[in-house]
Design a protein around this ligand. Structure first.
Ligand SMILES: Cc1ncc(COP(=O)(O)O)c(C=O)c1O
Length: 442
């Protein structure tokens, strides 16, 4: 490690940190200086167990040799090639490898650099697809309350998190929202997928009746919502959404930015639930979070609808300078190799029962009002401090970090999503940290 990286900066003001309580952080910085496998090392030399795979992205764990080597050798060989009207071999190799992993029928991949860009790409693709097929009136987009689809204008418009929307004006027009599926009064402390709430999918029929199907391009949902505090689809809910979309010619987009690449114990949530969307957005785990990358998977019919007109013409006027960047592709190939060699895309299935029991052992700890889990995802919902929402969970986050565990909080919910290499012993350790923290915070 270089000395420069070891130094804790003494002036933190220039960097305006994303999604961070900047003033609190800068008074008491939490600095990571290195990482290996399941642990970070902090600037004061402490080891911190990663309970969140970074930000739901480091699925194979940290500084994995195959990924590091792939990046190093790619950087020395072909650093960049123009993404438009030019190619380089490994972007095609990566696309083929990804399509082989994807649910049946998702035969094409469009590369982006983040989950937010994958979402924008999918929404634009959906509208343009209908237009290419002669149904240009299908422009409406339907999202869901409490959905998170990144931070760009399309994503916050279909998203349903008030704090992410209210500061930013009128957003995209022609967007409607289905209700969320968080029903604590009926489903609290459910292990796995909850029983109640499938009928909430029928709200889509109401929205279709209101606007008419001929105006609706797509419905976008996270199969399991993560960022908004882990909200699970009730049994039968996603199946019903699929049926309604198919019946009305509406494209179904699954935002698999966090569920993709093994988080539920299957390669994608689409595999877990046995429901195939028309478009699937991914990012994060595609490159183990190491180099920014996103990938949008599409069904053949959608891709093929664009492949018309004169052959010298660009078919889809969309793309990013760094779409399929060679070093990101190398990182992704190293990631897929690591997943394959270690069986990580299905390891969650084998660990899920242990994870579930460990998480639910927190029932009865102070202020715990719900616990939810699926695959290697867990959420512990806390009763808010009256008049100070989010404070209790934030204190838990800070205390956990001081004790040696990285957890994530959203509102008053603690969300856990460890790297898929976690051992049973480390699951116990993580849950023990959370238990002690819950006992210690006000
Ligand atoms: C479901 C979902 N979509 C989109 C995003 C945005 O991804 P990014 O931060 O890479 O833009 C996230 C990030 O957490 C996400 O969870």
């Amino acid at each position: 490690m270089s000395n420069r990286l070891k130094v804790t900066p003494n002036d933190l003001s220039a960097f305006w940190m994303p999604f961070t309580a900047n003033r609190q952080f800068k008074q008491a910085p939490r600095m990571m200086v290195s990482a290996k496998d399941m642990h970070y090392t902090t600037s004061d030399g402490r080891k911190v167990l990663d309970g969140t795979a970074g930000l739901w992205c480091v699925n194979a764990g940290h500084c994995r040799p195959k990924i590091t080597e792939a990046i190093q050798s790619q950087a020395a060989e072909l650093d960049y090639a123009p993404a438009f009207q030019m190619g380089h071999p490994i972007v095609f190799e990566l696309a083929n490898r990804l399509v082989d992993l994807a649910p049946e029928g998702m035969d094409h991949v469009f590369f982006t650099n983040s989950g937010s860009e994958s979402v924008e790409t999918a929404l634009k693709m959906a509208i343009a697809y209908h237009r290419a097929k002669g149904e240009g009136s299908r422009t409406r987009l339907i999202g869901r309350e409490r959905g998170y689809h990144g931070v760009n204008f399309g994503g916050i418009s279909v998203g349903g998190i008030v704090t992410n929307r209210k500061m930013f004006g009128t957003l995209l027009g022609g967007v409607d929202h289905m209700p969320h599926t968080h029903l604590p009064e009926k489903n609290s402390f459910t292990k796995g997928v909850p029983e109640h709430g499938a009928e909430l999918a029928n709200e889509l029929e109401r929205i279709v009746a209101l606007h008419d199907a001929s105006t609706i391009a797509a419905v976008i949902v996270e199969p399991v919502a993560g960022s908004t505090g882990v909200i699970l689809p009730p049994k039968g809910y996603l199946e019903r959404l699929r049926e309604i979309c198919t019946k009305h010619g509406i494209l179904l987009i699954f935002d698999e930015v966090i569920t993709g690449f093994g988080r539920l114990g299957t390669p994608f949530a689409a595999d877990y639930f046995g429901v195939t969307p028309d478009i699937m957005t991914t990012a994060k785990g595609v490159s183990n979070g190491v180099i920014p990358m996103g990938a949008v998977f599409v069904k053949k019919e959608i891709h093929d609808a664009f492949m018309t007109g004169p052959e010298h013409m660009i078919e889809f006027f969309h793309g990013y300078t760094y779409s399929g960047n060679p070093i990101a592709c190398a990182a992704a190939l190293g990631t897929l190799d690591t997943y394959k060699e270690e069986g990580l895309l299905t390891r969650g299935e084998e660990l899920a029962p242990y994870w579930e029991d460990a998480l639910h052992s927190l029932k009865g700890e102070p202020n715990v009002i719900d616990i939810r889990n699926i695959g290697l995802i867990g959420a512990i919902e806390l009763a808010p401090i009256p008049g100070s929402p989010t404070k209790r969970a934030f204190s838990a986050f800070v205390k956990a970090f001081e004790r040696g565990a990285l957890i994530r909080t959203t509102g008053d919910i603690i969300a856990l999503s460890p790297p898929l290499i976690i051992t049973k012993g480390q699951i116990n350790e993580l849950i023990d940290h959370v238990r002690e923290v819950l006992r210690a915070v006000d």
